[in-house]
Design a protein. Structure first.
Ligand code: CUA
Length: 316
């Protein structure tokens, strides 16, 4: 029962550490399975063989057996020590940051991930890294505790507001891998995902120097930003009767008279949309809660805000 390929039970192994983690996991699984069979099997066996066979049967009095007691203490002790040392070695590999790794900044925010490259390029929801390169992520949070988890790399680290935490990896194959948030951080925690694209060094160099929105129209920029920033909470389809979404749908939103929670109405125009993005608590639509949407001030460029407004106009 080898899980080395990672195909049946585990995600793909895209780092060398993933292999070490899986070997340890496999060892624990096998040892646990054997122990389980011995303990439960022994329990059933002795219960049947040494059951009382007739009224008044007396079983022999056995106080202890030194050899047996020594063995069932000593063998588990050895196994535990092996697991401890092995686990310590793997953990040390995971936590020992590379000296000259490529460093990328990460900011977690309800409910997406922003990646900040030294070249000045910034992305949301996806990250590009070169293959066979030590990469260090220096991470912080704008609001609550999140956790950055890449199953294919077998690495995970809490992302905490007000301080930096870090993780590192060295992907050994090209491909796209999933990132999850693994610290419950509110309604859309499960939507707080991202993709890691592991590409060749040349592709990476190209990508990191390119303007993220090169050749895109304003609406296309908006659509891209929507897919990275808004999609977790705002849908593009009409809200069904009785549904209780976390945020208003974008469907037919632009140009509409929106009812607010203070009873007034507001026209959804460019200024309203802009304010809702940068200062979301200023006006709350009736039926929705204050404080759910985080501010995107400082997160989105002017180009992106305008793109979103243009994109919104097309959603009808
Ligand atoms: Cu962020 Cu869960």
């Amino acid at each position: 029962m080898s899980m080395a390929t990672g195909s049946k039970f585990m995600p793909p192994q895209a780092t060398e550490i993933a292999k070490s983690v899986d070997s340890l996991y496999e060892f624990l699984l096998i040892v646990s399975f054997i122990s389980c069979v011995l303990v439960i099997g022994g329990l059933i066996y002795f219960a049947i063989v040494h059951r009382r066979k007739h009224e008044g049967e007396k079983t022999p009095y056995i106080a202890h057996n030194t050899t047996l007691e020594f063995l069932w203490s000593f063998i588990p002790f050895v196994i535990f020590m092996v697991v401890f040392v092995w686990g310590w070695v793997v953990y040390h590999q995971l936590r020992h940051m590379p000296e000259n790794g490529l460093e990328i900044g990460v900011q977690g925010q309800k409910w997406d991930w922003t990646f900040i490259y030294k070249s000045g390029r910034k992305t949301a929801g996806e990250i590009y890294v070169p293959v066979n390169q030590d990469v260090k992520l220096l991470m912080t949070s704008a609001d609550v505790i999140h956790s950055f988890y890449i199953p294919a790399f077998r690495t995970k680290q809490d992302v905490v507001p007000g301080r930096y935490s870090a993780l590192w990896f060295n992907a050994n194959r090209e491909g796209t891998f999933q990132v999850f948030c693994t610290e419950y951080c509110g309604d859309k925690h499960s939507a707080m995902a991202a993709k890691i694209h592991v590409v060749s060094r040349e592709k990476y160099e190209d990508w990191v120097q390119t303007d993220a929105y090169k050749g895109l129209s304003s609406v296309e920029i908006g659509a891209k930003v929507y897919g990275q920033r808004c999609i977790a909470c705002h849908s593009l389809t009409p809200t069904p009767e009785g549904a209780n979404p976390i945020a208003p749908s974008y469907y037919g939103l632009f140009g509409k008279q929106e009812k607010l929670d203070d009873g007034s109405t507001v026209l959804v125009d460019e200024n309203y949309v802009r304010e809702s993005i940068l200062n979301p608590n200023a006006k709350i639509v009736a039926g929705y809660k204050k404080g759910i949407m985080p501010t995107f001030a400082g997160q989105l460029s002017e180009e992106e805000v305008m793109g979103l407004i243009d994109y919104l106009k097309t959603v009808k």
